[in-house]
Design a protein. Structure first.
Length: 96
């Protein structure tokens, strides 16, 4: 169990570090992201270990990585550039 927990935290930290490198403008403070990733992975690994029991380390690490990505995606904010509209601009009718 201890190795699964350490592995889950390492996977979560790696995912959080990759997120801070790839999306620095869309994420909040770096320390928050680097703390949330391993904590979310540890939670996901713990839940998976409780549900499946021992003996499934690859599944546990996979679930831990997915939970870490899911929780980190909640921290994403809007991008720095303005959103683009999908349709053409239609001129409005003149006022009479």
């Amino acid at each position: 169990m201890i190795w699964e927990a350490l592995g889950a935290m390492a996977v979560g930290l790696a995912i959080a570090y990759a997120a801070t490198r790839q999306l620095p403008e869309r994420l909040p403070d770096r320390s928050l992201v680097l703390a949330t990733g391993p904590a979310a992975a540890l939670l996901g690994g713990l839940i998976c270990h409780i549900v499946l029991g021992g003996g499934h380390p690859l599944v546990t690490l996979t679930v831990a990585a997915l939970v870490s990505v899911a929780i980190l995606s909640l921290l994403l904010g809007e991008s720095a550039r303005p959103a683009q509209r999908l349709g053409r601009k239609v001129p409005s009718a003149p006022h009479v």
